[in-house]
Ligand binder design. Structure first.
Ligand SMILES: NC(=O)c1ccc[n+]([C@@H]2O[C@H](COP(=O)([O-])OP(=O)(O)OC[C@H]3O[C@@H](n4cnc5c(N)ncnc54)[C@H](O)[C@@H]3O)[C@@H](O)[C@H]2O)c1
Length: 354
């Protein structure tokens, strides 16, 4: 179990024995391989994943290929007994995550970068507060991020990407949102059911963009967890209105307001019920640069290997997020509420939680 008094990952002191070196790189594109290996002065250079995995200098790998190509190298690396950090979204569906889980041997660290926004100081403090149960039982979660379109009709903001298996904004951002909300709650909530809808590009933009831009750019979903807690989820690009976002956890004793992103600096705020009214407390403020944010999951992954512990988001938790994502797509397609915990991917262990 993590020591809750530790500072967030970016600010942690590490032992002198902590040694991290990029020893090898692999890309099927020789130019991309050379560019990246030169940039970081990486000695081992491979055009095939299996050749890289045969290099004895490699202890751990980061899978940073597009999502359609996460499964194969992840399974190969785990079978070769390498620790693995997979970029988000972990996979195209929960079935793929299950295959990764099946390939992981005992003692192997296998993590997903969807934990990125939980490596900040505000998320760290929010996790401590939730673990302390000082705000009482969770009643309701809210996650909303609405972004207006680019100023000009022809500019692309978020659209279809090849090698993403047709995933849109839910694949791109949903994994961060769900990881953030559930992870800060200590993975104590087991999703049961969801009713969702997704929307594609509005006609005015669709006319200006090539037809391949057919992934969803708006999603709304109501999740209900086994304990009765609900999550109101909404994420949209091309929203006709002012940008708006909110990440909150409503509890018996008050509400935690925990922006995942925000300008100028995300602040963690608690509003508490008191006998003299609502008391507002600013608990923490983030000062992370983008590179610190990007480094967060890598540092957690390396710490997890050295400390022989689970990473912030391991494959079991990635499977929960992916099952919720799959259920949103299923519900939007069928127009029906869809059961999440009946998915064949859910283990009986995670079903026993609240
Ligand atoms: N680009 C970003 O800023 C960013 C930020 C966060 C997360 N990510 C995640 O990183 C992953 C990669 O995204 P990207 O935008 O860098 O993708 P990309 O399309 O630029 O591809 C990255 C590289 O992977 C190589 N590649 C493709 N298939 C391969 C294979 N089978 N074996 C070896 N190499 C292969 C490509 O040649 C390319 O050089 C995605 O999961 C994405 O969500 C990207």
């Amino acid at each position: 179990m993590r020591n809750n008094r530790q500072p967030p990952f970016q600010h942690r002191a590490r032992p002198a024995s902590f040694e991290l070196r990029w020893v090898a790189a692999c890309d099927i594109n020789p130019e991309a391989l050379k560019a990246r290996a030169d940039e970081f002065d990486i000695p081992g250079r491979y055009l095939s994943v299996n050749d890289l995995l045969s290099d004895p200098a490699v202890d751990a790998v980061v899978i940073a290929t597009p999502p359609s190509f996460h499964l194969e190298p992840t399974v190969a690396a785990l079978k070769a007994k390498k620790h693995v950090l997979v970029e988000k979204p972990i996979a195209l569906n929960a079935n793929e995550v299950q295959k990764m889980l099946d390939a992981r041997g005992a003692g192997m660290v296998a993590a997903c970068c969807s934990s990125r926004f939980r490596t900040t100081a505000t998320a760290h403090r929010a996790t401590e507060i939730m673990a302390s149960k000082k705000l009482g039982k969770i009643r309701r979660l809210v996650c909303t991020d609405l972004e207006p379109p680019p100023k000009k009709l022809n500019e692309t903001l978020y659209l279809y990407k090849p090698n993403w298996g047709g995933l849109g904004i839910l694949g791109e951002w949903g994994c961060y949102d769900l990881d953030y909300m559930l992870g800060i709650c200590g993975w104590s909530l087991t999703p049961r059911i969801v009713l969702a809808d997704i929307q594609k590009l509005q006609t005015i933009y669709a006319k200006k963009h090539p037809p391949c831009n057919d992934a969803e750019i708006q999603v709304s979903a109501k999740f209900r967890f086994r304990s009765g807690v609900t999550l109101d989820y909404r994420r949209a690009n091309y929203f006709a209105g002012e940008a708006r976002n909110e990440w909150t956890i409503e509890c018996e004793q008050g509400t935690l307001n925990l922006p995942m992103i925000g300008k100028p600096k995300p602040q963690l705020i608690v509003h508490r019920y008191t006998s003299s009214g609502i008391k507002k407390m600013i608990i923490e403020e983030d000062h992370n640069t983008l590179s610190m944010l990007l480094a967060g999951p890598v540092l957690d992954f390396i710490d997890a290997i050295f400390e022989n512990r689970a990473p912030l988001t391991d494959l079991k938790q990635a499977l929960i997020i992916q099952s919720m994502t799959d259920a949103v797509y299923d519900s939007a397609k069928s127009g029906q509420a869809v059961s999440v915990d009946n998915a064949k991917y859910f283990s009986s262990k995670s079903k026993s939680k609240q």
